[in-house]
Design a protein around this ligand. Structure first.
Ligand SMILES: [Zn+2]
Length: 202
């Protein structure tokens, strides 16, 4: 995971932060899950990835998370349920060359809301348990962060042979010494010598 960013990217991020906080504010308000399921509420929109604290390190400059959460009452033992769709492009560290690789992620999950660890163990296998606090409230932000983190691939890599190309770029970064100037001038010297050659086609 990238830990440091060039300074200019950080500053651009600051300019966007105002709007980001407004959207994040709506996502941090505790939501009454039971009421949301009963009324089949749908929460959908786009939020800057930088506004999700646990996903900030994976946010490309200006990166957005598109989400749709549909609450409903299921027929099962745990009736409080939701369907969560997320879609985003994450700036991850390539497992091969260690450079940033923009990785599209998308997921659709079935959630069952429960009130204890014990109840969580009895949730249907195709669903993910989410344990609610005593008051049955949830911050959408926490739910969306969890979904993004679960969607991160284990071994993100560039879809081209990045490691070999990265070795070639080592000249530019100064990691490898450049060939001496004299060698590089040799072809020009040879050309100059040809031009001076009086035995041409004149
Ligand atoms: Zn790579």
């Amino acid at each position: 995971m990238p830990t440091e960013k060039p300074r200019n990217i950080v500053q651009e991020g600051m300019a966007q932060r105002g709007a980001a906080m407004e959207t994040a504010g709506q996502l941090t308000a505790p939501l009454d899950v039971r009421a949301a399921c009963r009324s089949e509420a749908v929460e959908a929109g786009d939020v800057p990835l930088a506004a999700l604290p646990r996903c900030r390190d994976m946010a490309p400059d200006g990166g957005q998370l598109a989400y749709r959460v549909r609450f409903f009452e299921s027929q099962g033992v745990q009736p409080l349920a939701a369907e969560v769709h997320i879609e985003a492009v994450l700036a991850l560290e390539c497992a091969r060359c260690r450079q940033t690789v923009d990785t599209p992620v998308a997921s659709a999950s079935q959630i069952r809301f429960v009130f204890s660890e014990d109840q969580a163990e009895h949730v249907e296998t195709e669903s993910e348990p989410v344990i609610l606090g005593r008051e049955g409230r949830l911050r959408l932000l926490d739910l969306l962060e969890d979904e993004v983190l679960m969607a991160v691939p284990l071994m993100p890599v560039h879809d081209w042979r990045c490691a070999e190309i990265a070795a070639g770029q080592a000249y530019e970064s100064g990691a490898l010494a450049e060939p001496p100037d004299e060698e590089r001038e040799n072809p020009f010297a040879a050309l100059a010598a040809l031009k001076k050659d009086p035995g041409g086609d004149r």
